[in-house]
Ligand binder design. Structure first.
Ligand SMILES: *Cc1c(COP(=O)(O)O)cnc(C)c1O
Length: 398
């Protein structure tokens, strides 16, 4: 037996050093304020350009009040997994309201969007099935598919012709075919061609799963999501999503038929083996759905802000990719440049995290600006002026 304390994890230190060297080390900053247009980050007040708080709901007074009231009535913890003693009337209320909002028959909540993907996908897909994924699907979808024993293949990003090729090649060779795609692609902000995907799924008798994490509260009438955006009600088999982005809280959701939800209650492992969403989270989400159901004001302001910001960034000469949503990737390419850009933005009072490999492909580093309804016109102007200054200084724009 070794007498001295060994550093058995020394290789990790070497890996960390390597990450720093190539500019892929993520410097995690700390917030000491509520979410909103302005934040206190590492002790400094900065304009927030990178949270998913699309509608400013994370610190909305009505939502904060709803969470407090629920705590007074029901406490904090759910006490158990959903199937033992953790299902409260609050959960059922939220699920009913979410289903109504999205125009689905039924919905079930998970602890997060990540959890919804790694729970729902393996619960639905068996050993003799084939999973057909968009090349750029979110990590939680990829992990969900890895928890199945099904065969897996990909089609080219957002490319119905490529999807058709894959379907033709594999039709009849598996028990079932599943097509899985992000609704809005989180790093580029483009939207999956869902009408074509659904039509192909109907032609080849495949089951469709769409992860609408960045579409909920953003796309569709009053933020009702991608299915509403394209008018595909009843034609997408499984809608997965999150309550942590536009809804401003935390939690995951799967919406679809009553049969789907009944099955997930029996076989969704995060439902059976991980405790339910907490009381304040559920109450806050209920209030968020109510706010969105009452008015499209916040969603409208989000889009107006996004249009203004994107047009100005383009006019300044930035490459902002091909986003169709408020997600605004400012493409910088080289990882070290992106890190340096982010550091300079922060020094100038703007919080915009660099996004590098493995979150995006190598050499496609960027600052992903997340526009929010919480931003005022003046906030956007401050942000644009700072991007212009740093962009010129680092030679990204003229
Ligand atoms: C953010 C995101 C998730 C994870 O959602 P959480 O609720 O934060 O766990 C899942 N899928 C996609 C496409 C996402 O963008």
């Amino acid at each position: 037996m070794a007498k001295h304390k060994q550093n058995k994890l020394a290789w990790l230190q070497e890996e960390l050093d390597d990450l720093r060297e190539v500019g892929r080390y993520t410097n995690i900053r700390t917030l000491d304020s509520p979410q909103g247009a302005w934040l206190v980050v590492d002790g400094k007040k900065v304009l927030n350009f990178c949270s998913n708080n699309y509608l400013g709901l994370a610190n909305h007074p009505r939502i904060v009040q709803a969470a407090k009231a629920a705590i007074d009535r029901y406490g904090v913890g759910p006490g158990a997994v959903r199937t033992i003693a953790g299902t409260m009337t609050l959960h059922e209320t939220l699920e009913r309201k979410l289903a109504e909002f999205k125009g689905a028959d039924a919905a079930i909540t998970f602890q997060s969007g990540f959890s919804a993907n790694i729970g729902a996908i393996p619960a639905l897909i068996g050993d003799n099935d084939l999973i057909i994924s968009d090349r750029l699907n979110h990590a939680s979808i990829i992990d969900g598919t890895r928890l199945t024993k099904a065969a897996r293949t990909i089609y080219e990003h957002a490319d119905p012709a490529s999807l058709r090729d894959v379907l033709e090649m594999n039709y009849g060779q598996y028990q079932r075919l599943f097509i899985i795609t992000d609704g809005v692609f989180s790093m580029d902000g483009d939207i999956a061609p869902l009408p074509q995907i659904v039509a192909l799924a109907e032609e080849f008798n495949a089951i469709t799963i769409v992860d609408d994490a960045h579409g909920e509260g953003v796309l569709g009438r009053g933020g009702r999501g991608i299915v509403d955006h394209f008018g595909l009600h009843g034609r997408v088999d499984v809608e997965i999503g999150t309550l942590s982005k536009a809804f401003g809280v935390v939690g995951g959701i799967v919406a679809g038929s009553q049969t789907l939800v009944d099955w997930l209650k029996q076989r969704g492992r995060p439902i059976l083996f991980s405790s339910a969403m907490t009381v304040p989270d559920v109450a806050a989400c209920i209030e968020a759905v109510d706010i969105l159901s009452e008015s499209s004001e916040l969603v409208d302001r989000l889009w107006e802000n996004a249009r203004t910001f994107k047009a100005e960034m383009q006019r300044l000469g930035f490459d902002i990719g091909h986003s169709q949503t408020p997600i605004t990737p400012v493409m910088l390419g080289e990882e070290r440049l992106a890190q340096q850009f982010s550091r300079r933005l922060y020094e100038e009072g703007v919080f915009g995290t660099a996004i590098t490999f493995p979150t995006v492909p190598r050499g496609m580093a960027r600052i992903r600006v997340m526009i929010s309804a919480a931003h005022s016109q003046e906030d956007l102007e401050v942000g644009l002026a700072t991007f212009r200054k740093v962009g010129q200084e680092l030679g990204v724009i003229d």
